[in-house]
Design a protein around this ligand. Structure first.
Ligand code: NAI
Length: 336
């Protein structure tokens, strides 16, 4: 049996991975801790580690993994910004990922955030439970006719464009690699500046790279419409959180939906309800009535979990059988 150390295991990960491994030569060993300097030695005796979005594979951690005999890093995610790909290449370690487990799940979660923020169903739900049937403060707007700016029109972004076109929105995009199919749907491509100026709703659907780090900063927010809605289901590092808070306080940002947060690895996926949170930025964000935060759950559907587990097993099998790795991530790859 080929033994794989699985980091950041939650009960649902175990369920889906166990099912996917049945009948294969793969044996998963589960660790609840995330991969870090302190936990890299758990991998001693394993040739492969399986990690998720908030595990860190920095150069130092990769060195430790290599010294422990690890030859393969199996990502249970599409994004790979948490892995130092050069360090990995230097140590001859291969990296595989799950390129598209359910782009629908993420695009649909972005829509859920827009609908909730706009129509304030989360507040209505709580009010009605307390026999408060008043509509004061619950007013929304028709999405029909609004301009939606989509930054990154890849697998998730293109599905999101289709959904928003279906609602009668005017959809504009920005992507260094414009997609002809997306154009044919009716999306027009614009510069980032133009997209910031024109959009009523802005949705981030691009990867986190050195080029996209803090794409949404003070200058970008300055260009946006008064009261703009901003949705981030991609990666926290795309947004400068301090600039965001300034934008929310001034009213420039009228609504914020975020499924990802720059410092999320200390918080997300954990129950911290009986602890004091030391991150003042997220605590400030939580106080705004027009901010909706979910803890990186956009991907979290049955379909996606099944796809992640099955692709993970298939990625490991390809490596074991010395076949070409369909889902290999190489250091020169910025997007796929
Ligand atoms: P993809 O690779 O299919 O599409 C990304 C698109 O972004 C590509 O068209 C690319 O050309 C574009 N892009 C690259 N640099 C850009 C830039 N500087 N400005 C504008 N566009 C740029 O990736 P996919 O599958 O659509 O995923 C997008 C991102 O969503 C992932 O990188 C990941 O960070 C995030 N994600 C979040 C999940 C969640 O649960 N919240 C789950 C899965 C992915």
């Amino acid at each position: 049996m080929y033994k794989v150390a699985v980091y950041s295991t939650k009960p649902y990960d175990k369920n889906f991975l166990q099912k996917a491994a049945q009948g294969h030569n793969v044996e998963f060993h589960y660790f609840e801790d995330s991969l870090s300097e302190e936990t890299a030695d758990f991998a001693r005796g394993f040739e492969a580690v399986c990690i998720f979005v908030n595990d860190r594979a920095t150069r130092h951690i990769v060195e430790k993994l290599a010294a422990n005999g690890v030859r393969l890093i199996v990502l249970r995610s599409a994004g790979f910004n948490h892995v130092d790909l050069e360090a990995v290449a230097d140590h001859g370690i291969k990296v595989v990922r799950v390129p598209a487990y359910s782009p629908y799940a993420v695009a649909e979660h972005a829509l859920a955030m827009i609908m909730t923020l706009n129509r304030k169903t989360h507040r209505a739900f709580n009010r009605v439970r307390e026999n408060n049937f008043s509509l004061n403060g619950l007013i929304g707007f028709d999405l029909h006719g609004k301009t939606v700016g989509v930054i990154g029109t890849g697998k998730i972004g293109s599905i999101f464009c289709k959904i928003m076109l279906g609602l009668g929105c005017n959809v504009i995009g920005n992507d260094p690699y414009p997609d002809e199919e997306v154009r044919k749907m009716g999306v027009t491509y614009h510069s980032l500046e133009e997209l910031f100026r024109q959009s009523d709703i802005i949705s981030l659907q691009c990867p986190l790279t050195p080029q996209t780090h803090h794409l949404i900063n003070k200058d970008a927010i300055h260009l946006m419409k008064e009261g703009v809605m901003l949705i981030n289901t991609s990666r926290g590092g795309l947004i400068d959180t301090k600039a965001l808070i300034t934008g929310l306080k001034s009213g420039k940002i009228g609504y914020l939906g975020m499924d990802v947060y720059e410092q999320e690895e200390n918080l997300f996926f954990k129950d911290l309800s009986d602890q004091i949170i030391h991150d003042d930025l997220i605590m400030r964000l939580i106080t705004f009535p027009n901010v909706l935060i979910t803890s990186h759950q956009a991907f979290f559907t049955e379909n996606a979990m099944k796809n992640i587990a099955e692709t993970t097993v298939s990625n490991i099998n390809q490596f074991l059988e010395a076949k070409a790795l369909d889902n290999e991530v190489k250091s020169e790859k910025v997007h796929a």
